[in-house]
Design a protein around this ligand. Structure first.
Ligand SMILES: *Cc1c(COP(=O)(O)O)cnc(C)c1O
Length: 421
């Protein structure tokens, strides 16, 4: 089998079905014409699981909420990076995450997650699943296997644990959770009628730099808005795993109606062609930027996966599950909110915006922006202080990025005051 980057231009697409077009067209159609009534009947038998597929029989095209060529081709291509059996693509990362949680949890069940989580995921668990009577346990990167097991024991609901949800590296501090350890816990506690699913939000590292399915996870999730889309022009999400689990997720997606549109899928197909070259360059640039930041007197501390020398436990997880240090670099600036804002307001090439993983570099202030809704005490506990700045490194020339960062770091508070006067 060829490597994924060699197949991103063609895999799963047959030009002869589209007038020989080299590129997959956008199939802007809501419904598909059946050749005969018998064919329509057969398609529905498969779609609704009324009978098993015959040999070589595929689910035919029915209606764009169920399937569409752009959606199916994109799903097939995405499976290659994680070597997953199946993929379901959604209209957003949150749609993928919430659909998985709704499919695998019922009232009375318990979900355990790592923290901190992406703000939307955190809110969905604590404010929506909570309303459905689904309990929640949370641990962080400092917990050992023993401590996690005793957390589960003490909850008194060990037999109700159904889903372990991880986000690693954690946003915005890059702290790592051991995926294999968590999947061992899930296996240990699973029994005949209680199968505990491990799902990993791999947005920060994927799909190139970390493969959670290889570490024992059951499902891997993405905000495809980030690296997969990569151009800050599309919102989408994905869920990958075994055929059995992803089929359940797709069935719920059919009824929630939160699949990605043909246009979003087409944009993502285009993005996938350059995924590897973009991500490779972003990682190289991030390494250069991180090296510059670590030696700058105004930088107090750096949170970057390439700088874990003084954290042997984190380094061991990194060596086991990460293939690159990625392109997300956070740092503590000397001072507090004023100094952080001064820096952000003086960047020129790097744009001040949330989101990440795109071709253009972005900077933001987690404490007052992406993590503004997180409990302040908890925020401090996990290191999201007023002096923390998060950078998503893009594909620009790294020297230009460093020059931009350097001149913004060098601006002093009274200099801007002079300009204002
Ligand atoms: C952005 C993001 C999400 C949510 O994805 P959307 O596409 O914005 O819905 C989930 N998890 C992580 C880690 C993210 O960065």
């Amino acid at each position: 089998m060829m490597r994924p980057e060699s197949l991103m231009m063609s895999y799963g697409y047959k030009p002869e079905l589209s007038e020989g077009s080299i590129k997959c067209p956008v199939f802007l159609t809501s419904t598909f014409v059946f050749k005969t009534a018998e064919e329509g009947k057969a398609h529905f038998e498969i779609a609704y699981g009324l009978r098993d597929k015959l040999e070589n029989e595929e689910l035919g095209l029915i209606y764009s909420r169920i399937n569409n060529p752009d959606l199916e081709i994109l799903e097939n291509r995405l499976t290659l990076w994680d070597k997953a059996a199946e993929c379901a693509v959604f209209e957003s990362g949150m749609a993928a995450i919430s659909t998985v949680m709704l499919e695998f949890l019922q009232p009375g069940d318990m979900i355990m997650s790592s923290g901190p989580l992406y703000g939307g995921t955190d809110h969905f668990i604590k404010h929506f699943l909570n309303k459905l009577g689904i309990e929640h346990l949370e641990f962080d990167a400092t917990f050992t296997e023993e401590q996690i097991l005793s957390l589960i024991d003490q909850s008194g609901k060990k037999d109700k644990l159904k889903l372990i949800f991880l986000e690693t590296p954690a946003n915005p501090t890059n702290s790592l959770i051991d995926i294999e350890m968590c999947s061992n816990i899930a296996k240990e506690l699973s029994s005949g009628d209680q199968k505990i699913i491990v799902a990993v939000d791999n947005t920060y590292m994927g799909p190139l730099w970390q493969h959670p399915l290889d570490q024992g996870a059951d499902l891997v999730l993405y905000s495809a808005t980030k690296y997969i889309g990569g151009h800050s022009d599309v919102v989408a999400g994905a869920c990958l795993g075994s055929a059995e689990l992803v089929q359940r997720v797709k069935t719920l997606r059919t009824f929630l109606g939160n699949m990605a549109s043909p246009m979003s899928c087409w944009l993502l197909l285009r993005s996938l062609e350059t995924l590897k070259v973009r991500m490779d360059q972003q990682a190289i640039n991030a390494e250069k930027v991180a090296a510059f930041l670590s030696s700058h007197p105004k930088v107090e501390k750096i949170y970057y996966l390439g700088s874990l020398e003084n954290m042997p436990d984190q380094k061991a997880i990194y060596d086991k599950q990460c293939l690159s240090a990625g392109a997300m670099v956070s740092f503590d600036i000397r001072g507090g909110e004023n100094e952080a804002f001064l820096f952000l307001n003086n960047l020129k090439l790097i744009k001040l915006a949330v989101s990440l993983g795109g071709t253009e570099s972005l900077a933001e202030h987690p404490a007052t922006m992406t993590h503004a809704g997180v409990d302040p005490e908890y925020r401090l506990k996990v290191g999201i202080t007023e002096k923390l700045v998060r950078l998503s490194i893009g594909v620009e020339n790294y020297q230009d990025l460093i020059n931009d960062i350097e001149s913004a770091l060098n601006v002093r508070i009274h200099e801007t005051a002079d300009i204002e006067n």
